[in-house]
Design a protein around this ligand. Structure first.
Ligand SMILES: *[C@@H]1O[C@H](CO)[C@@H](O)[C@H](O)[C@H]1NC(C)=O
Ligand SMILES: *[C@@H]1O[C@H](CO)[C@@H](O)[C@H](O)[C@H]1NC(C)=O
Ligand SMILES: [Zn+2]
Length: 476
């Protein structure tokens, strides 16, 4: 039995006559019971028709002979087969929420091979569904077309807000079959994996256009949107337009489209990995740092991420690999390896030895004077050179002025041409390499300019390796 009340009777009849599908009728009657939407739509339609007819039957009692009554029911059954495309949901709550659609959505998700145990469904509907809904929602009171304002006042608090959303009804119908189809994946209210189901209905896109003249401010064409008639903009314009204006411009009931929405586009997006842990935030720390224009080659730079107040504190090795994959795929610029859970002490171990450890660099150096093989030999012979570095000018705005002593363990120069050579350096961590090359106006002493007795500058710099034995490498 449908949880309908006597007062719904008039609305049900009117809505059916307007071309609303059975489930939209339930929505407009503010039926908030998910199960009511899960029954077969033909059966629901039959019940709604019978319910609306009861009234009629009472009025005409005695006039209808049993035989005529039966034939009317039979013709209704034939009509069931041809409900027509719903004028409000444009088919979304009809054939597009059938079990076969759930299978298609599930297939689209499976294809992406996410290793997750939940997903959240997000539904995107054509904006004109809002317009169509508004023109149907004027019942029950608004069926009095002469005085919509008065009727609205009579409607009282039970307003549009109580109407069940198309999205909501769609989820109620589809989530069960979808979860069954996906096996171990539950459809949840929140999940890092968002499955967007996007419906479009180009045939009726023009339904919204009249709103542009009633609220020009609501519709601004932006560069990256295909149309100014977004759901947000349409909803805003609908908020502003008074009922009588709306009724002047929008057909009521809405026109019957010739076909429903096409099967939806399904897109899957996994939230950034931190969301996988449900953390409140994070602290990022890494072993040393370089200027943005310095590449770190080799195995990369060790880093640690402290997750603050995570909801989830363990991740299986497979899930961890999945996280790594998501990071790798998220950008051309970032790759991570050997991602693993470590304890709190690990971060300090990583920082430890940051000062003592040795780092290897490769630089491309330009010199003003032309250099010769004996200059190269001279550079290659230098060992454990003690260098005094005043805080470089380029970082002076954020660091205190100090003099640091660092060791340049060794260098190797490869002549490219008279004015360029490749310089390999092994230095104590924390050495300002750029300053060691160009001298920073004499703030770093000795420096390469002095050593070679020429102007020199550094054109490229790469970190070849960060020699920390951390974190442990993982088997592949
Ligand atoms: C991490 O961040 C929190 C909150 O910002 C802060 O209180 C805490 O000291 C930080 N921990 C470390 C190790 O930096
Ligand atoms: C991510 O990229 C790094 C660096 O290329 C690679 O070592 C690692 O195996 C990748 N991880 C996954 C799960 O693809
Ligand atoms: Zn409908």
């Amino acid at each position: 039995m449908l949880p309908l009340k006597e007062k719904d009777k008039a609305i049900v009849g009117k809505l059916l006559a307007s071309g609303c599908c059975a489930r939209c009728v339930l929505r407009f009657c503010c039926i908030g019971v998910p199960d009511a939407y899960r029954h077969g739509r033909r059966e629901t339609l039959r019940q709604l028709r019978a319910f609306a007819e009861e009234n009629h039957d009472c009025q005409n009692v005695g006039q209808l002979e049993p035989a005529r009554k039966r034939s009317r029911l039979e013709s209704e059954e034939a009509a069931d087969e041809d409900e027509g495309v719903c004028v409000v949901c444009l088919g979304v709550l009809q054939h597009l929420s059938d079990a076969s659609q759930a299978v298609q959505i599930a297939d689209a998700v499976k294809k992406e091979k996410y290793e997750v145990d939940t997903l959240v469904l997000s539904i995107s509907l054509p904006a004109q569904v809002c317009v169509r809904e508004r023109s149907c929602w004027l019942p029950p009171c608004h069926f009095d077309q002469r005085s919509p304002r008065l009727a609205r006042a009579k409607c009282g608090a039970l307003g549009r807000r109580d109407v069940v959303q198309v999205k909501e009804a769609f989820k109620w119908i589809v989530q069960g079959p979808l979860a069954r189809e996906l096996g171990a994946v539950a459809v949840a209210a929140k999940s890092p994996l968002e499955v967007s189901v996007c419906f479009a209905h180009p045939e009726t896109d023009a339904d919204c256009h009249f709103l542009a003249s009633t609220c020009p401010d609501c519709f601004k064409v932006s560069k990256n949107k295909q149309s100014a008639f977004t759901r947000m903009a349409v909803a805003k314009a609908l908020e502003k337009i008074p009922d009588d204006k709306f009724l002047e411009r929008s057909p009521r009931p809405p026109s019957r489209p010739s076909s429903g929405c096409a099967p939806p586009e399904v897109r899957c997006v996994h939230a950034s990995v931190l969301a996988a842990f449900g953390a409140r935030g994070f602290n990022f720390s890494s072993s040393g740092r370089e200027d943005v224009d310095v590449r770190t080659l080799g195995n990369g730079r060790p880093f640690a991420l402290e997750l603050l107040n995570p909801r989830k504190s363990q991740l299986s090795p497979e899930s961890m690999k999945n996280v790594q994959q998501v990071i790798n795929a998220s950008s051309e610029k970032v790759r991570v390896r050997d991602l693993q859970m470590v304890g709190r002490d690990a971060a300090s171990r990583m920082k430890e030895g940051e000062e003592e450890k040795t780092k290897s660099y490769r630089a491309l150096v330009w010199t003003q004077k032309s250099i010769r093989e004996d200059d190269v030999a001279f550079v290659n012979r230098i060992e454990d050179l003690r260098v005094d570095q005043k805080t470089p000018l380029r970082v002076l705005h954020r660091r205190a002025l100090a003099v640091r002593q660092r060791l340049v363990h060794s260098m190797s120069a490869d002549l490219l041409d008279e004015h360029h050579f490749r310089l390999g350096l092994r230095t104590q961590a924390g050495t300002y390499i750029k300053e060691f090359v160009h001298g920073d106006f004499g703030r770093t002493k000795p420096n390469l300019c002095q050593l070679l007795d020429t102007h020199a500058d550094i054109l490229e710099l790469d970190v070849e390796s960060v020699d920390v034995d951390w974190p442990p490498a993982l088997p592949d």
